[in-house]
Design a protein around this ligand. Sequence first.
Ligand code: TTP
Ligand code: MG
Length: 229
Amino acid sequence: MLSSSQGKLVRNGEDKKAVICIEGNIASGKTTCLEYFSKIGNIEVLTEPVSKWRNIRGHNPLGLMYQDPTRWGLTLQTYVQLTMLDRHVSAIAAPVRMMERSIFSAKYIFVENLYRSGKMPEVDYAVLTEWFEWITTNISMPVDLIVYLQTSPQTCHERLKKRCREEEKVIPLEYLESIHQLYEDWLINRTTSPLSAPVLVIPADDNLEEMLHRYEENRDKILPPSHAS
Ligand code: TTP
Ligand code: MG
C-alpha cells in the first residue's frame, strides 16, 4: 500500500527494511546469485519479471524488440518500466529484500542503449524519459546497496549461448559490449547517470562453484549486520 510523505508516495511503515539490487550484464549470473541468497533465512528474493516480458496477454514484447528494436523498443521498455515499478513499490515481506535489477538500470542501461545506438526514435526516448522522471520524482524507491556482478562481455556471450533463451539467439557480442560499457560508466566511472546507493563490485567471470564461494565470502558485505554470518 502506498501513502504520501513529503510529496512522495512511500510504502507504509517499511522504511527500515534493507533493499539490495543485483545488477550486471545479460547472463552475468544475477539469478544464480539471488538463488544462493534465497537459501538464507529472512530474506525476500525477487527475480526479474522476464516471464511477463515474454508473455503479456499472449504477446511477446521481448521477442518483438529483438526482431525490430526501432518498432518495438518503446513497447518493451514501457512494460519493463511498469513491472519494475511494481516490484519497487510492492510490500516487503522480510527485513531484507534482494531484487534482480531495478527500474534504474532498465532506464540508464537498456533505454539509453537503444537510443544511443540509433535504434530508438528520439520521441520514444523523450516519452520514456518523461515517465521515468515523473516516477522517480513522485514515488519513493529507496535502494540501500547495488551489487554489481562485473563480467567481461565475452563471458556473458558464452553463457547466453549455453542458456539458449529463444528470443536472445540474435544477440551479437557487440550488443553485450555496449551494455557492459554503459554499466561501467554508470557504476564504476560514474560519468553518466546518478547513483542513489553505494556499489559493491563482485568479479563474476568465474565458474559456478567459484562464484558460490565468492558470494559466501562477500555475505557480510552484502547483507546488513542482522543477517551476517
Ligand atoms: P537480464 O535482466 O539480464 O536477465 P537475465 O536473467 O538474462 O540475467 P542473469 O543471467 O544475470 O540472471 O535480461 C533479461 C532479458 O531482458 C535480456 O534479453 C535483456 C532484456 N532486457 C531488455 O531488453 N530491456 C530491459 O530494460 C531489461 C531490464 C532487460
Ligand atoms: Mg536472470
